[in-house]
Design a protein around this ligand. Sequence first.
Ligand code: LM2
Ligand code: CA
Length: 475
Amino acid sequence: MRRIPLALVLAGTLALTACSTTTTFDGEGARSDIGIQLFQWNWDSIARECTDVLGPAGIAWVLTSPPQEHIMGSPWWTAYQPVSYKIESRLGTREQFAAMVATCHKAGVAIIVDAVINHMTGQDSDGVGWAGSEFGHYEYPGIYTDKDFHHCGLSDSDDITDYSSAGNVQNCELVNLADLATETEHVQEEIATYLNDLRSIGVDGFRIDAAKHMPASDVAEIIDRIDGDPYIVQEVIRSDGEPIQPEDYLDNGDVFEFGLAYQLMTWMKTGQLSGIANADSYGFAPSDQARTFVDNHDTERNRQTLSYRDGAKYQLATILLLASDYGSPVLYSGYAFTINNNSLPQDEEGRVTDVSCAKGSAPGHDFEDGDWVCQHRWVGTLGMVGWREAVGDEPVQDEWNEGDAYAFGRGSLGFVALNASDEALEQRFETSLPSGSYCNVVAAGCDVVEVGADGSFTATVPAWGAVAIHVDARP
Ligand code: LM2
Ligand code: CA
């Protein structure tokens, strides 16, 4: 299994006063290559989750929501309109942020920050940000003035209007968001100062938000200015026929593979789960630089992928994602909503309130707006996190494929059978596992599976469910 090159302070606390001397960690200490996006979780809640769940499960890192000062307002997306680079937001104070980093490190979990660096706000009138900084659309006192922004002149509003033109996509405004002149020395320096401030607190890496909207060479120059060797994953949404593709950014670091997320939804509809064994034939990014996912905060809203709403199907897609040898997975955990813009759980001042998981540890519940879904705690997901750790780098083998069902092993260490249909499936599977008793790790408790001397077992795979066994989970 590919392990991520992160700077991780395993020994816990890195004092706030320490400069950029993060201990470089080459991935040895991480038990898995699995990341998780905890969307809009506040810092105190992430810290607790690292200690209670993520560290014990062997999750390598958490992707946080943007930590910088943002515009006022109740929707979640205020976070994507930076007002300054103060680490002071609805998710918590700088002190709370630093405490989270230290706590997660102690639990063996690295912190990756969502870095919003393509733009500032999209507000046409002047305002005051969350931490009290004044701003205008193209004026951020002490940081940026009008000359630091693009005014592309390619459309009436200066908004992006043409995704077939790289210049339009990279120099015009994404939904009116003031577009930084990322090719300039000054802008690169301000951004790097922000990212290095985060590094000084112990942050291990960055998600580069809206990377498609910046030339790959600008992103490279910014990364060059960052201290040490942070982990980088870039958001470049794949869309066929566009001039800018994720592959253009591979020299800078990893990329999210949106193509796989779209296919996972398709495969759950067509029952062609075995398609994942041929991921390379779909024109996806190379496996060792692909960050795979079932959904993220944007796609669960624009409905281009499955989401928690799809219940058992979503769980099944997550099981397939974690079992696959293509790419390295990023789990997602957010809150329930019916309208994209609303329902972020918050107090009267707008502070995001602490997470408490609303429902049980399996899909199949109805959620109220604002409920924290905690889909990463579902038994099938946590069970497969352990399964992925157990099978390591072993190759896919012993594939079996019939109708809407698909099964495969990873060497002689683990085997999984998935059933994408409304009917339960009783089937005999041939595996390379040693004979003996195993626990089905995607079911609650230990549902025993007996593997015979010839390596085969017979099991009932539930409708829209799976059976997964591995050598480290025995009764
Ligand atoms: C991203 N990646 O490239 C984020 O993943 C995505 O969540 C962000 O959009 C986007 N890029 C900008 O960082 C979100 C949200 C938008 C929202 C923006 C800015 O999906 O709806 O736009 O954040 O907050 C909102 C309004 C939009 C308005 C804009 C500017 O929805 O109508 O445009 O603010 O005021 C006039
Ligand atoms: Ca841009």
